[in-house]
Ligand binder design. Structure first.
Ligand code: FPP
Length: 268
């Protein structure tokens, strides 16, 4: 008998939450109504991610470029983050979610910074899932910050980098140090851009774009993205993966496999 193959679940899902403004415009509402509705989607996707066993969920909430938006819109986005922490912290704790933030968070308004730090502090012992929020985040800045830290350390201790500075060591200087790279990047609203998001870490991620605006993106849409990821063949620059083996060691014919050929990272 052929043993069932366990579908590979992405460990780390990163999301560019896009389309709040257009969602609002479609309804004749101000842009901030779109952001407000977007927070409801954040809650639904966080809950769904915990339910299905995602280990890390990274959400692009505010980029370094987003400061260019009208002052009122920026203020509302910050306020929504404050409310999110106030209202959701209890649930996040109950669900075992550990909050982290990436980006130059020190530049956030002091109230929001305090809320973010509170969420990080109060959830730091949680182990079920990491909710990693990108705030005042830019990937190029992240890479430059990493280079800056490396240069500083090298100045203090010239022997520090005698060994080759390899990819793993470099990754340990990024804001995402200690986290696995995203396996899956989801972008809503149909735009085909990376928008300065996790440029280093997304090197081998599978990309899933949906035309749905972020406030319309529901659990069923998230599951569709996960299923599509599971059906992809990840080769990491290699060739077609080796045959999937049954528990008895024999190859499982493709038509009997549960996934459409999705493979585990270790097998390529
Ligand atoms: C992009 O839509 C969305 C943002 C820049 C902000 C995302 C923020 C939230 C969903 C709320 C706060 C987040 C958390 C984690 C509580 P857009 O405004 O660029 O949409 P458009 O392209 O249609 O104008």
């Amino acid at each position: 008998m052929v043993a069932a193959v366990e579908n590979s679940l992405p460990k780390h899902v990163a999301i560019i939450m896009d389309g709040n403004g257009r969602w609002a415009r479609q309804r004749g509402l101000p842009r901030i109504a779109g952001h407000r509705a977007g927070v409801e989607t954040v809650k639904e996707i966080v809950r769904s991610s915990v339910e299905i066993g995602i280990e890390v969920l990274t959400l692009y909430a505010f980029s370094r470029e987003n400061w260019k938006r009208p002052k009122e819109e920026v203020a509302v986005l910050m306020q929504l983050l404050d409310f999110f922490v106030d209202k959701e912290i209890k649930n996040l704790k109950k669900e075992g979610v550990c909050v982290k933030a990436i980006g130059r968070i020190e530049a956030l308004p002091s109230k929001t910074l305090a809320k973010v730090r509170q969420a990080i502090r109060e959830t730091s012992g949680n182990q079920k899932m990491i909710l990693n929020i990108a705030l005042n985040y830019g990937a190029r800045t992240e890479i430059l910050d990493a280079v800056g830290k490396i240069l500083n350390e090298a100045k203090k201790d010239p022997s520090r980098f005698e060994k080759e500075l390899d990819e793993n060591l470099f990754s340990s200087y990024l804001y995402t140090a200690g986290l696995p790279d995203p396996d899956l990047l989801i972008r809503t609203s149909g735009e085909m851009r990376l928008s300065n998001f996790l440029l280093w870490q997304l090197s081998y991620a599978e990309i899933y774009i949906t035309k749905k605006f972020w406030p319309d993106f529901k659990k069923a849409d998230f599951m569709k993205a996960i299923r599509e990821y599971q059906a992809r063949e990840r080769r990491f620059g290699g060739v077609t993966p080796p045959p999937v083996l049954s528990a008895e060691g024999g190859p499982i014919p493709p038509e009997s496999r549960k996934t459409g050929g999705g493979v585990k990272r270790e097998s390529v």
